[in-house]
Design a protein around this ligand. Structure first.
Ligand SMILES: N[C@@H](CCC(=O)N[C@@H](CS)C(=O)NCC(=O)O)C(=O)O
Length: 201
């Protein structure tokens, strides 16, 4: 049964799921919901996602929400040992899990403040100072890892790169602009065929 991917647009948090599906060459259908037509609030959609958010996937009788969780689930199911390190490879799997959670739990929630905490010039200033500082701290983890290898894991490209690659551009100013290591990493990711096909960037 073909996987259904619910989204609002190519460039929302469904981007990482679509990119992963393209990398795995797993068949899927895009279902774009029109917010202005009330489709996010429609009872049929609220039944599978009570919060009325995207992305959601339906894979047979499995319904998944939360983009990082969806990507972990899909990579384990369709690309285990390739885009998701195996459990037996404990050190690599631990590193992979760390970056998957870092991407949303440390990075994206900070970057998202630039969209939610900017209602006045004063608030915008405070928010940008905060995001800049946090990005400096997160660079202390990202830059050394990406100096040692082309992708975030020593084993090569993985789903953790899809998560990071879809989130980092949101803080281009603070993470990419003056950091040649992260800039080169982003160029590698942006040139991947699957990312181009998924219209991530
Ligand atoms: N933590 C969730 C966040 C989901 C989320 O907030 N998605 C946004 C789009 S990127 C959304 O659905 N917003 C609802 C709206 O704009 O009405 C995830 O990573 O999937």
């Amino acid at each position: 049964m073909t996987i259904k991917l619910y989204a609002m647009a190519f460039q929302d948090r469904s981007d990482r799921v679509r990119w992963l599906l393209e990398e795995m060459e797993t068949p899927y259908e895009n279902h774009f919901l029109k917010k202005d037509k009330g489709e996010m609030d429609a009872p049929e959609y609220r039944q599978i996602n009570p919060m009325g958010r995207v992305p959601t996937i339906v894979d047979g009788d499995i319904v998944m929400k939360e983009s990082a969780a969806i990507c972990m689930y899909l990579a384990d199911k369709y690309s285990y040992g390739c885009l998701a390190p195996k459990m037996e490879d404990a050190k690599l799997r631990a590193e992979y899990t760390k970056w998957m959670f870092f991407s949303v739990g440390s990075l994206e929630c900070v970057i998202a403040r630039m969209f939610t905490h900017t209602s006045t010039p004063e608030e915008t200033k405070v928010t940008h100072e905060y995001v800049k500082k946090q990005c400096e701290i997160m660079s202390l983890a990202l830059t050394p890892a990406l100096s040692r290898h082309d992708y975030i894991l020593s084993s090569g490209f993985s789903t953790a790169d899809i998560m990071l690659g879809s989130i980092i551009p949101g803080a281009h100013e603070y993470l990419v602009k003056n950091n040649p290591v992260i800039e080169a990493y982003m160029n590698r990711l942006m040139n991947r065929k699957a990312a181009i096909k998924a219209q991530v960037f």
